[in-house]
Design a protein around this ligand. Structure first.
Ligand SMILES: [Zn+2]
Length: 150
């Protein structure tokens, strides 16, 4: 039987020199790591939903139109499908794409440790707002200002 392993006590460090370490004066996320993880998983979940909704969308377009269009000459049928697909993707996927961009930029901010701060005024975004729209980039004030500018 091998002898019991004993952990050697680490060499005692000089604590005063450690506490003198300079901290970067960068705005940090107001959220705890647990909260960030929670928002991160809901962002990832939302992203998955959006991506699958895009692929479902294009599949359903082809399925629902193939029956009727089969009576048309092939090149017309193709043209009709293309037009309809373009129409659908322009109107619905643009919104989805914007949302995906917001989600990606939030995931990026989580990595940088600045998630939960307003992109515009850098103030913390209210937690109850993040719960409803975890992919928001702006605090409620800046969001209102941006909307009224449109
Ligand atoms: Zn703001």
């Amino acid at each position: 039987m091998p002898g019991s392993r004993k952990k050697k006590n680490a060499v005692s460090k000089n604590k005063t020199s450690e506490s003198l370490e300079t901290k970067p004066v960068k705005k940090a996320s107001p959220l705890t790591p647990e909260e960030v993880n929670l928002y991160k998983s809901s962002l990832v979940q939302k992203k998955k939903e959006l991506i699958s909704s895009i692929s479902n969308l294009s599949e359903s377009v082809i399925d629902s139109t193939s029956g009727e269009l089969s009576t048309l000459p092939q090149h017309l049928a193709d043209a009709a499908i293309n037009t309809y697909e373009n129409y659908v993707s322009l109107n619905l996927a643009e919104e989805t794409a914007n949302l995906l961009r917001d989600i990606d930029s939030c995931l990026q901010k989580i990595q940088e440790g600045v998630y939960g701060l307003c992109e515009n005024c850098t103030k913390p975004i209210l937690k109850k707002r993040l719960k409803v729209v975890p992919y928001t980039r702006l605090c409620i004030d800046c969001q209102h200002a941006e909307e009224s500018n449109k």
